[in-house]
Write a protein of this length. Structure first.
Length: 236
């Protein structure tokens, strides 16, 4: 989804910092953006390391003078029964999926506060508990996504005086490499699609269109919102 978000935002005119733990993958996306006459740079960034995040923000400010938009998208999802889940597996998921969002949001918000404007879009999940769902063998993942929702609402309140809007998107089943295990198992795939009224997985581009909306002035009165895009999963 990160690639799709970057391409969609660049097509709309944003100057994009494509950041990932693999700089090579970032450079491939940057080349595609440039071929389409967009502007972008690639930055290697491990979101569990504050130094990497600070360098990412410095790269953006150094290249374009400011930070207007942050899309927090980094994440992992590894199925593991709760009684077998190790402390290391729990920590790795929380560090990437939640702590990484906190560090990126804080670093970017400090820059946004200087200009009294900015937008943060956090990618959560329908597996967020409460209004969302819990999923067996994903206690660590669900905990991280529920944490993102709570953090989004708190940041929306705290950053509003700086004219920084903070919203979250909770996707359902989206056709990305993260769901390869489900696609490889016909029974698991059938069970997944049975939950979705539209009877299909979403496309990354469909989520990206929502990212673009929340990042733009078209959503200027939205902050603290958790927007679900799931083909009707939760409604069912």
């Amino acid at each position: 989804m990160g690639k799709s978000h970057a391409l969609t935002l660049a097509k709309a005119g944003a100057k994009v910092v494509v950041a990932d733990i693999s700089k090579e993958d970032c450079e491939i996306v940057v080349e595609e953006i440039k071929k389409n006459k967009g502007e972008a740079i690639a930055v290697k960034c491990d979101v569990t390391k504050k130094e990497d995040i600070d360098n990412m923000v410095k790269a953006a400010v150094g290249k374009w003078g400011k930070v207007d938009i942050l899309v927090n998208n980094a994440g992992i999802c590894q199925f593991k029964p709760f009684l077998e889940l190790t402390e290391e597996e729990w920590d790795r998921t929380i560090n990437i999926n939640l702590r990484g969002y906190f560090l990126c949001a804080q670093a970017c918000a400090k820059e946004m506060a200087k200009q009294k404007a900015g937008v943060i879009v956090n990618i959560a999940s329908v597996a967020m508990g409460q209004a969302g769902v819990g999923i067996p063998a994903l206690a660590h993942y669900c905990a991280s996504k529920g944490g993102i929702v709570g953090m989004t609402e708190a940041l929306a309140l705290e950053l509003a005086p700086f004219n920084i809007r903070v919203n979250a998107i909770s996707p359902g089943a989206i056709d990305t490499p993260m769901v390869e295990a489900s696609k490889a198992d016909p029974k698991m795939m059938e069970a997944t699609l049975a939950r979705i009224p539209l009877r299909r997985m979403g496309k990354p581009e469909e989520v990206s269109n929502l990212v673009l909306f929340l990042a733009s002035e078209e959503s200027s009165y939205m902050t603290g919102s958790i927007v679900v895009i799931d083909g009707g999963w939760l409604a069912g």
